[in-house]
Design a protein around this ligand. Sequence first.
Ligand code: NDP
Length: 222
Amino acid sequence: MPTILILGASRGLGLEFVRQYAADGWRVLATVRDPAKGRAPSEAGAEIYVCDVGDAASVRRLVSALAGVKLDVVLHNAGIYGEHQEFGSVDPERFLEVVRINALAPLKLAEALVDNLDGRKIFAAVSSLMGSVAENSSGGSYAYRAAKAALNMVIKGLAIDLKDRGVTTVALSPGWVKTDMGGPSAPLSPAEAIAGMKAVLDGLKPADSGALIHYDGRRLPW
Ligand code: NDP
């Protein structure tokens, strides 16, 4: 039975990833940062771990709890949008926090969990079309866009650094999805977005390593 670790699974896309992988018979390990929010992913079939991906001590506790556990996929879904990031009102501390959670945390998790992944395995992170420089036609959202662009570069760097260890990396773009972050006007349901991203992961080849891939399978420009 393949095993997936989903980081940030309390709600939204992370919870739907849990549902769909558990329904497919995978062993699903899922993290939440607040233990009280472990109920939904647990009822969906996951084994629950507690981790705040931005807290080094919390990450260390997760890594010890997972010592010796072989993972086929690590999926870093946790992310924040942040406020005060329009031109003229950018809050420096909040900007750095968005980059810390969306780009630095996945890198530190990859460093921490690489031994669990060795050999033809996948490290994926949920990125965004908003992190594509080429796709930016509306400006604004400085922190989120910059953080996801940084994440895309982290994924590319990991593709090179982890190649010899047999780890394939990918940045996934879910589309615009109805969640707390995406809001009610988003055109896609979590079920549609996750089915698409799962298909991308199922078909992923070592040659794809380092790419940014949309939920519909399109490779996106940087
Ligand atoms: P939500 O805001 O609905 O959920 C965010 C998830 O991330 C929650 O489970 C939250 O946990 C978790 N999280 C946030 N910060 C941390 C942290 N420090 N440590 C651990 N977990 C954390 O967002 P979505 O489900 O919509 O988004 C999931 C991912 O998809 C994000 O990376 C987002 O940027 C990306 N994305 C979403 C799009 C959309 O349209 N919805 C579009 C493009 C990308 P908690 O419940 O504890 O807050």
